[in-house]
Design a protein around this ligand. Structure first.
Ligand SMILES: [Zn+2]
Length: 300
């Protein structure tokens, strides 16, 4: 290496360093949030370790007891919302779980996901991403917001009965979210929800969350804008996809709602949706993005 080249290399390194520093300073939102990849990973392993967890099963009761115990451990006071749903296989007892983190105002930002898995009789379906990832993420996200100061109150909402009991139709799907919307409508409290954020199938190692078409525009703009500012352009691309999920009953009722779902997942609804296909790091990415998006959603 000649002296001239060496100087050029040093100058280039210096410029690269300065550019990096400038980029760091221009980042208003910190990349790291208190969301712990490790804790989320423990929840994921524990929940998936329960085995298949369809609505009405003993296994989902066991899962629910774990969720309740973990929410109590972090000082929250979870409430059960129990109901009986008419399904193509008769009445099934289902239970949504709710916990509040009080803000300055009673109006709500609801953060939600389902904790049931789809019923299969011919395969052992443990739903690592589909049902496991959302429940594990929501548990750790509830803890991570401990010191987050917001105007609005946060509600963590775990849905039962997201999956169809037989085949997906408007009547045979999203039992928990439909019940929740009806309950709030009866109690005239649906308008208390300022925004609903839904996560589903966010565990994929190769994370790819597209903008869900029906979801509310301003929520998507905040979340995808935040993700891209944090450097997660590949994980949160601007491509679009249309998915029916637990956010639809809220959208139909006029509640601003967004679904974060990685549907580009070959193991979807197969016996291969197992722990080796998912990663706690993907949960951490979604945790950082939503955590950093909340102040803007709170102010909107
Ligand atoms: Zn599913």
């Amino acid at each position: 290496m000649t002296k001239a080249i060496r100087i050029a290399v040093v100058i280039a390194a210096l410029i690269a360093g300065l550019t990096l520093a400038a980029q760091r300073n221009s980042n208003v939102t910190p990349k790291e949030s208190p969301f712990s990849e490790e804790r989320a990973g423990v929840h994921l392993q524990t929940i998936v370790g329960v085995g298949p967890r369809p609505a009405g099963s003993e296994a989902i009761t066991k899962t629910r007891n774990y969720i309740l115990a973990e929410l109590k451990k972090i000082g929250l006071k979870p409430e059960l919302d129990e109901f009986d749903a008419r399904t193509p296989r008769g009445m099934k007892h289902m239970v949504n779980i709710r916990a509040l983190r009080q803000g300055a105002k009673p109006s709500l930002i609801v953060i939600s996901g389902h904790y049931d898995t789809k019923l299969f009789e011919n395969i052992r379906f443990v739903g690592a991403s589909d049902g496991g990832s959302s429940a594990a993420w929501l548990l750790e996200f509830a803890r991570a917001t401990e010191n987050l100061k917001l105007e609005n109150t946060l509600e963590f909402l775990f849905f039962d009965g997201e999956e169809a009991v037989v085949d997906w139709t408007d009547e045979d799907s999203v039992y928990g979210s439909r019940h929740d919307v009806e309950r709030r409508m009866r109690g005239k409290s649906l308008a208390d929800i300022k925004a609903l954020i839904l996560v589903d199938m966010i565990g994929d190692k190769n994370l790819n969350i597209k903008r869900e078409i029906q979801s509310t525009r301003w929520l998507k703009d905040i979340i995808w804008g935040t993700a891209q500012a944090l450097g997660y352009r590949n994980e949160f691309p601007n491509d679009e996809i249309e998915i029916s999920d637990d956010h639809v009953p809220y959208l139909k009722a006029g509640v601003p709602s967004v679904d974060l779902i990685d549907f580009d997942y070959p193991a979807w609804h197969t016996a291969a949706d197992t722990l080796d296909k998912v990663s706690a790091h993907s949960l951490k990415i979604v945790g950082d993005v939503i955590y950093s998006s909340l102040p803007a959603i709170d102010r909107h």
